[in-house]
Structures are given as structure tokens and as C-alpha cells.
Write a new protein. Structure first.
Length: 157
């Protein structure tokens, strides 16, 4: 069963100084991505930046997607995260992985060459077949909007 989850991903350095992605621990879901930049980049509050990784990948098949997430520490401590919340790498994309980065914090952050700054998670993706209909079926929630299920407060003893 475990081999079902192990899929080969071909990887290519497109810049000489690229560092291949690594896993921080055996149980890590994501592969750390490294900034492939020649000099430090000052990431100003509310600024948007394109940070190259120096690598390109070939996902295993059309039923997989690469998702780019923030590294938790950078996001929580400094507000450094992907500009579009989660980057998407489609299975047929073969170009360099470049991460749109933003700073939602109040202080400048200096990103150093070779620094781990984002993470790549490869996941299965469903290929939906859309069927137009006038009846979507009923649910308890129905067409309730954001917040329609109420606020849940759990108190600890």
C-alpha cells in the first residue's frame, strides 16, 4: 500500500546555484524550497516579490498537482507567505518554479540566497466532470452563507 503513495518526480536544475528541495523530517508532508537568488532580497511590508527556486519539475501524471505553501515559521513570525495564499503547479507545467512572495507583517524581512522560504506539497487531484442541473439536492446547511453554521466556543474544564 505504501508504494501507491510513492511517486517519482523528475527534477531539473535550471540555474547552477539551485538547491534541490529537501524534507525537514521523515514525517514532513512538504519539500522545502530554497531561494535561488544572487544577493539578499529585502521583502518590505505589503511588498510583492517573485523569488526563483532554480528548479523545474515533472509531476508524475495528470492526476497530481504541486501546491506551494508558506513555511510555518516565516508566515507566523514574519508574515512571509505566498502572495496568492497557495501556489498551484499544474501537471503539465515544465518551467522554473517561481514563488510569488508577500510580506503581511509590519517589519522588513531579508531573504538570503539559499534560504528555505516555501514548501512544495504534491497531492492527488480529481478531474471533475461538470454536469449542469437545476437540482443540486438538499443538505441541512442548504444555501447558508459564510458564518451560517454559527460560532462554536468550546470551554476547557
Amino acid at each position: 500500500m505504501e508504494s501507491f503513495f510513492k511517486k517519482e518526480i523528475k527534477i531539473k536544475r535550471v540555474r547552477k546555484s539551485a538547491i534541490l528541495p529537501t524534507k525537514g523530517t521523515e514525517g514532513a508532508a512538504g519539500l522545502d524550497l530554497y531561494a535561488c537568488i544572487d544577493a539578499p532580497v529585502t521583502v518590505s511590508p505589503h511588498g510583492l516579490y517573485r523569488i526563483p527556486t532554480g528548479i523545474a519539475i515533472a509531476l508524475p501524471d495528470r492526476n497530481t498537482v504541486g501546491l506551494i505553501f508558506a513555511r510555518s515559521g516565516l508566515g507566523i513570525k514574519y508574515g512571509i507567505s505566498p502572495a496568492n495564499a497557495v501556489g498551484v503547479i499544474d501537471s503539465d507545467y515544465r518551467g522554473e518554479i517561481v514563488v510569488g512572495l508577500c510580506n503581511t507583517g509590519q517589519e522588513q524581512y531579508v531573504l538570503s540566497p539559499g534560504e528555505r522560504f516555501a514548501q512544495l506539497v504534491v497531492m492527488p487531484v480529481y478531474m471533475p466532470v461538470l454536469t449542469e442541473t437545476d437540482d443540486l439536492g438538499e443538505t441541512k446547511r442548504g444555501a447558508g452563507r459564510f458564518g451560517s453554521t454559527g460560532k462554536t466556543v468550546i470551554s476547557h474544564p
